[in-house]
Structures are given as structure tokens and as C-alpha cells.
Design a protein around this ligand. Structure first.
Ligand code: MEV
Length: 311
């Protein structure tokens, strides 16, 4: 079955965040958490309204109003539909500012809901491209990986080919579902900020940072093979090295390092931050059946957790 008509999917980046912004490969996959939207037309001539509801209020903060207005204006403008009197209700169980792609999932859900209200048939590529433009409002310089997974809802190997949203994607194949434990650091971090920190460092010393990005790229490509063979031990090692390099980029945080240590001590084969970092979320993999002790240990230490599967 294809993606749901009103939904944008949350995601994890298994390997390759940040270097993906510089044209290198990354692997990302959807998680069970998502955003759903419903659009209605009222007779009012007021500005469009995006009302934002949370399935679990404890996990999120409202989206900034100026951003949601700009996103609504962009979407209605691009789709050529009247903005006045439009009301979009958004329901989300994805925590915000946690590296799980909530802003891209939000954009995809709103685009799909508005298109469906006006009986417009958009291809997934059209949805993703418009969500990329929304992400530019929120992020500045996104690679396009978040809107891609938010739209297509399946694991991909992604590479950006130009700054205007050009990219190539390949499906990722796994022989069996690989369990992934997610730990939330509880520290909200904006991807736009960590992306710009990395950019400043890269601008000062491009050769030094390009070589780190190239090393991460090699880990990602090795990860594709590891996934194809279901070699979780190898995949875990690649994730651990990737975490070391993300730390070198200075996008880890004390809470993320604590989660990584807890996960590895509880038997994780690999553990790393996922998404923008600076806080946000950590992912850990284990053999099938091996994630329960990791989840339990993170909970005991007071962290919110979520279990998903790469398939
Ligand atoms: C955010 O999920 C991943 C980053 O690589 C930014 C991007 O690719 O747009 C940090």
C-alpha cells in the first residue's frame, strides 16, 4: 500500500546526518509516530488557521505561529487554492524539536490534507518537493531527507544532488525487521541551529570537515551492505563510529552521551544520536528480542522511550 492520504511520517536517520547536507549519502527510515491532518473550508474570510493537537500533550510544544502562517500561505499559494477560511486540524504523536522529523511530517500532512480537501491529485514527488520548500522556511538549508521519508514512508538511501532540492533515492532492503530503541533526551534542539554550527566550522576549515563528512559517507555505504545481509553487529559498529564522528562535529550533548552509554551497557550493538543532535533523540539497535533491556534501562534513568522497527 502507498502512503496514507492525510499523513506525514516521522523518521530516524540511521547513518549520515549532517554530512548529508554536503551531498553525502544517508540512510533514513520512517517510525510508527506520525502527523495526520484534516482540512475544512469555512465561509469565513479570515486567514487560514492551522490548529495543532497532540495525541500525547506531554511530548510537544506548539509550532510557532509565524512559521505556521508562512507554511499555510506557501502551501495554498503553490496549490492555487483559496487561503481564506481554510482550517487545518493537525494531530501528532511525534515529539517536536527531537530530531524525529516532526516539521517535515507536519508539512506533508498539511499539504496532503489541503490537496485532498480541494480534490487535487498530487504525486508523492510533488508532495515531497512542496514539503521541501516548507522545510526551507523552518530549517534554512535542509538536505531534503526529512521531507522524503515523511512523504514516502519507507526506508531510503538518500543523496542530495543540488541545493534546489535535487536528490537521488534508493530503497533499502533488510532481510528481517531490525528493532530500534529510541530514547528522548528531553532537551529540545533546533536542527537549523546545529546545521548552522556545523556550517560555520566547515567554512573556517573546509578540508578538515570535508574529510569527516567523507568518512561518514563511507560508513553509510558500508551500512547499506550490512542491512542487506542483516549483519546487525556490523551495522552497530558503523553506528558507534558515526556517533564518534558526530561528536567530533560537536553536535552531541551530555544527555545524548548518557543515553548512548546506557544503551551500550544494556547490550546495544550500536547507539548514536539521530537527526540534528544538540539534544533530541538517540537510537540504539540490538538483535531481535534485545531491545527490551535497553528500553528498560533508559526508562529507569528517567528518559521517555519509543520502540520501532526497520523493515
Ligand atoms: C535532520 O534530520 C538531518 C540533518 O542532516 C539536516 C538535514 O539533512 O536537513 C541534520
Amino acid at each position: 500500500p502507498g502512503p496514507d492520504a492525510h499523513v506525514g511520517y516521522g523518521k530516524i536517520i540511521l547513518l549520515g546526518e549532517h554530512s548529508v547536507v554536503y551531498g553525502h549519502h544517508a540512510i533514513a527510515a520512517p517510525i510508527g509516530l506520525s502527523v495526520r491532518a484534516e482540512a475544512t473550508r469555512t465561509t469565513s474570510s479570515a486567514e487560514p488557521v492551522i490548529a495543532d493537537w497532540s495525541v500525547d500533550g506531554s511530548l510537544r510544544e506548539p509550532i510557532r505561529e509565524d512559521i505556521s502562517h508562512r507554511v499555510a500561505a506557501l502551501i495554498t499559494g503553490r496549490l492555487g487554492v483559496p487561503a481564506a477560511g481554510l482550517r487545518v486540524e493537525v494531530f501528532s504523536d511525534l515529539p517536536r524539536a527531537s530530531g524525529l522529523g516532526a516539521s517535515a511530517a507536519f508539512a506533508v500532512a498539511v499539504i496532503r490534507a489541503v490537496a485532498s480537501r480541494f480534490d487535487l491529485r498530487l504525486s508523492d514527488a510533488e508532495v515531497s518537493n512542496l514539503a521541501f520548500e516548507c522545510e526551507r522556511i523552518v530549517h534554512g538549508t535542509p538536505s531534503g531527507i526529512d521531507n522524503t521519508v515523511a512523504t514516502f514512508g519507507r526506508p531510503v538511501l538518500f543523496r542530495k544532488t543540488d541545493a534546489a532540492g535535487g536528490h537521488e533515492i534508493h530503497d533499502i532492503v533488510t532481510p528481517y525487521p531490525i528493532p530500534v530503541a529510541i530514547g528522548l533526551s528531553g532537551v529540545h534542539a533546533l536542527t537549523s541551529q546545529t546545521v548552522s554550527l556545523v556550517r560555520t566550522a566547515w567554512q573556517k576549515n573546509p578540508a578538515r570537515y570535508d574529510s569527516i563528512f567523507a568518512q561518514i559517507d563511507a560508513l553509510v555505504l558500508a551500512g547499506v551492505d550490512a542491512l542487506r545481509h542483516g549483519d546487525i553487529a556490523e551495522l552497530g559498529e558503523l553506528m558507534n563510529i558515526n556517533q564518534g564522528l558526530l561528536n567530533a562535529l560537536q553536535v552531541s550533548s551530555p544527555e545524548i552521551e548518557q543515553l548512548v552509554a546506557i544503551a551500550r551497557r544494556a547490550g546495544a550493538l550500536g547507539a548514536k544520536l539521530t537527526g540534528g543532535g544538540g539534544g533530541g533523540a538517540m537510537i540504539a539497535i540490538a538483535e531481535p528480542g534485545g531491545t527490551e533491556p535497553i528500553i528498560a534501562a533508559m526508562r529507569r534513568a528517567g528518559f521517555a522511550t519509543y520502540l520501532t522497527e526497520l523493515r
